[in-house]
Design a protein around this ligand. Structure first.
Ligand code: MEV
Length: 444
């Protein structure tokens, strides 16, 4: 079993980190992990994935540590350009770990396919007729050959909804509920909807217009909870290069996180940013595994607005013992077979690293990372603010942009963070001084 707690990982160089990762799996290090050394995707494969390919675009892939999910340690690959995200998730996973980590569940992988039926005379009558023939229609959809069916998936249910008023008047909506097993399932659901359409026209006397899956996949949910003992939340913030020290008690941090949540629960302007913080954890794992992050984003935000008012996806509270309790539930239509997950060697490596055996298990990891990320943001916002933590990481990017490489990246970045001047012109000046100092030392 992998141990996700790799002490000192952050401080290692790139090559040493790769070696540590391999060691964590020894003696059965998955050969797939080597895909990350190059980015994994060949130009040839890329050329077959989308149109008009002229090249490739890289992003950093980091590994979030310390995650224990349902009693299992998981190393989590995250593809993202924003500093602080991997560190934030890892740190919060460490706090959660002290109390067993994350408990996560997922529902059956049920997707919703939609058929828009126009020109229906009597909506109620048409709805009744469709529902009366449900069993026959589901059997009809399943009679077509599909790889999902051979894996145990297939049509599960039909639902009918009526729209009495719209810019084009009334129409009927038929929902096909389809079990997609370990696939994301868009292709299977769209194909099944197209197969069903002529039958629905025959029964309703209407005309099926759109036939497409819904990204509000609220029958395919994942949920994570964590309980953080209040003493784990104690926090001493030190200003880099200064004597300022701020101390926060565990209770202060807990109550600060709950108050921050209350803001997002009550106000859509804050909820959008709060949920963005959750997606900071969700999207990088979705991308690392070759899944469709636009679909996940669409589903998450539509779900956040399900009451008619856009609100927080997560809930933070305290239990009877005073522990901080976090909960995140959201739609997560991700797969581990098919699509980019299958053809992208780096995505295959991501699945191997996490050792997830089903799409549901992947969703459970992702929702846990989303919750950890949310907590990282709220903890920072409720205490020292987001900028201090960001500053040293941001400083590194500015140092690189100024031309620093190797050990000079850290040195230039730390000096800027100490001076509290993180600007490219200052980075260039510091770099120049350091480089000339280095030259003098070599010549002496
Ligand atoms: C920044 O990428 C994400 C945060 O704004 C999230 C939040 O405000 O909760 C820090």
């Amino acid at each position: 079993m992998t141990n996700s707690r790799i002490v000192g990982f952050y401080a290692l160089g790139l090559a040493a980190r790769r070696a540590k990762l391999a060691e964590a799996f020894a003696p059965q290090t998955p050969p797939e992990l080597s895909a990350w050394t190059t980015g994994g995707l060949s130009a040839e494969t890329a050329d077959h994935m989308i149109e008009n390919v002229v090249g490739m675009y890289s992003l950093p892939l980091g590994v979030a540590l310390n995650f224990t999910i349902n009693g299992r340690d998981v190393l989590v690959p995250m593809v993202v350009e924003e500093p602080s995200i991997v560190a934030g998730a890892s740190f919060m996973a460490k706090l959660a770990r002290s109390n067993g980590g994350f408990a996560a569940t997922s529902t059956e992988p049920l997707m919703i396919g939609q058929l828009q039926v126009l020109d229906v005379e009597d909506l109620n009558q048409a709805a009744e007729q469709v529902l009366a023939r449900k069993a026959e229609l589901l059997t009809y959809v399943d009679a077509a050959e599909s790889s999902l069916k051979s894996r145990g998936g297939g049509a599960r249910d039909l639902e009918v909804r009526s729209i009495a008023e719209s810019p084009i008047g009334k129409f009927l909506i038929v929902h096909l509920i389809y079990d997609v097993r370990d696939a994301m399932g868009a292709n299977a659901v769209n194909t099944a909807c197209e197969r069903l359409a002529p039958k629905i026209e025959e029964i309703t006397g209407g005309r099926v217009h759109l036939k497409i899956l819904s990204n509000l996949s609220d029958k395919r949910m994942a949920k994570a909870t964590c309980v953080i003992p209040v003493k784990e939340l104690e926090f001493v913030a030190r200003d880099v290069g200064r004597d300022n020290i701020s101390t926060y008690t565990g209770k202060e941090v807990r109550d600060g996180i709950i108050a921050a949540y209350a803001f997002a629960a009550a106000d859509p302007y804050r909820a959008a940013t709060h949920n963005k913080g959750i997606m900071n954890g969700v999207d990088p794992v979705v991308i690392a595994t070759g899944n469709d992050w636009r679909a996940i984003e669409a589903g998450a935000h539509a779900y956040a607005a399900r009451s008619g008012k856009y609100a927080s996806l997560s809930v933070w509270s305290k239990d009877d013992d005073g522990n901080l309790v976090g909960e995140l539930e959201m739609p997560l239509a991700v797969g581990i077979v098919g699509g980019a997950t299958k053809v992208h060697p780096a995505a295959q490596a991501a699945i191997k690293l996490m050792d997830v055996k089903s799409a549901g298990e992947l969703a459970e990891v992702i929702v846990s990372v989303g919750l950890a990320q949310n907590m990282a943001a709220l903890r920072a916002l409720a205490t020292e603010g987001i900028q201090r933590g960001h500053m040293s990481l941001h400083a590194r990017q500015v140092a690189i942009a100024a031309g620093a490489s190797g050990e000079l990246i850290e040195k230039v970045a730390s000096q800027m963070a100490e001076e509290r001047i993180v600007r490219i012109d200052r980075a260039k000046e510091i770099l120049k001084t350091m480089e000339s100092g280095k030259r003098r030392a070599t010549q002496a």
